[in-house]
Ligand binder design. Structure first.
Ligand code: AMP
Ligand code: MN
Ligand code: MN
Length: 360
């Protein structure tokens, strides 16, 4: 996957309505800077990220929040929809003191900023703030982003939302400190799979270098975020991996490997749902399949599906067709019904999906 190293050509000859995947225009950046600079002295800022927040959602949101604090913003909350539970790997992130439960979020903030959500549907009960806030800014990197803010900084070529967040911090003249850097580093390293995925451009490593130069400790951070889990989760993983199934004929012969975890599995091992998130990484290494899935029961009859591809299949198309979203190599959706029904829908979409050289 080759991508231009700079932004898309624009300037005086830019189209009036550039294609959605062109990334933010200078006018977008200027509007975003103005939205922050025009805040009244006691303005209330609400930061939101997507439901079941991951490292990029929390890291870009909290890192940006710490930056705004440096700028002098005092009245600020960070939140996400659903129960106010931060997954264990992220419980030492700087800036967690900004977090409030969704039920306590400002109903009509002066500025709402939304991180790492491709559409309003990922914001649950908080989606109304896009309307009730005086200004609404969206920072994201999903190609499927619906541009649901009034100002949208959406760069599908960015490896993580934290890349966009750092771009805006820079334009606001906010210097990186170790707290901001740790948040942005967690976001960048989680969304690039520890700098292994295709999106790991020279610019990603340059950003990582700037973050590390603040003195943060990558070994400690990685151990906490990637390499620590309760013994119960280790045993649960063994069970769930032991029932993985390989279907080589699916997706026009590119192959599917999948497994599932139920609420009962979690209960038997006394584990919280977020411990299942890294499971997909152990499934997707299967050599014989291009596509991998983990199907996770959230409530009875509802399933959150994680999908990954090695490149032959664009899993974001499959996810979008099934009501979700994501990227070419990593996507997801939520589905209802029995396990067999949900997996049957995935199989059917994979068999119909365009394979080969699709857009990225
Ligand atoms: P995950 O498998 O949860 O790590 O998600 C992989 C990618 O798919 C991320 O970019 C998510 O934003 C996206 N994604 C996951 N679940 C959904 C969903 N229900 N709706 C939209 N996008 C999703
Ligand atoms: Mn995310
Ligand atoms: Mn992301």
């Amino acid at each position: 996957m080759t991508e231009p190293s700079g932004g898309p050509a624009g300037g005086a000859f830019a189209e009036a309505a550039p294609p959605l995947d062109a990334g933010p225009t200078e006018a977008d950046w200027t509007a975003a800077v103005a939205a922050v600079r025009d805040l009244p002295a006691d303005g209330r800022v609400l930061l939101i990220c997507h439901v079941n927040p991951d490292g990029d959602a929390l890291g870009s949101m909290l890192g940006f929040g710490l930056g705004l604090r440096r700028l002098g913003v005092r009245r600020m909350q960070a939140t996400f929809p659903g129960p106010p539970e931060v997954p264990e790997p992220f419980q030492e992130l700087p800036g967690l003191d900004l977090l409030v439960p969704a039920t306590e979020a400002y109903p009509d903030p002066d500025l709402v900023i939304c991180f790492d959500a491709a559409s309003g549907s990922r914001l649950g009960e908080l989606v109304d703030r896009l309307e009730t806030a005086r200004a609404a800014l969206v920072l994201d990197h999903h190609a499927s982003n619906t541009h649901f803010g009034r100002i949208n900084l959406v760069d599908p070529h960015a490896a993580a939302t934290s890349v966009v967040a750092e771009g805006l911090l820079g334009r606001l003249g906010i210097e990186l400190d170790a707290g901001i850097a740790e948040c942005l580093y967690v976001a960048l390293s989680t969304d690039t799979g520890s700098f292994r995925f295709e999106a790991t451009t020279p610019a990603v490593h340059e950003l990582a270098a700037r973050l590390l130069a603040t003195g943060i400790r990558p070994g400690d951070i990685s151990r906490r975020v990637f390499d620590t889990r309760p013994f119960g989760a280790v045993r649960l993983f063994g069970e769930v991996l032991g029932r993985a199934r390989l279907e080589p004929a699916v997706a026009a012969g590119h192959g599917l490997v999948w497994t599932y975890a139920t609420q009962d599995d979690l209960a038997r091992h006394d584990q919280r749902p977020y411990v299942l998130e890294p499971l997909i990484d152990s499934v997707r290494c299967t050599a014989e399949a291009d596509v991998s899935c983990v199907v996770k029961e959230t409530t009875t009859g509802d399933w959150a599906v994680s999908m990954r591809s090695k490149g032959a299949v664009d899993v974001s198309r499959v996810a979008v067709a099934l009501g979700g979203g994501g990227h070419r190599f990593a996507a997801g959706f939520t589905g209802s019904g029995t396990l067999d029904e949900v997996v049957g829908r995935i199989r059917a979409e994979l068999d119909g999906a365009l394979t080969g050289a699709g857009r990225h």
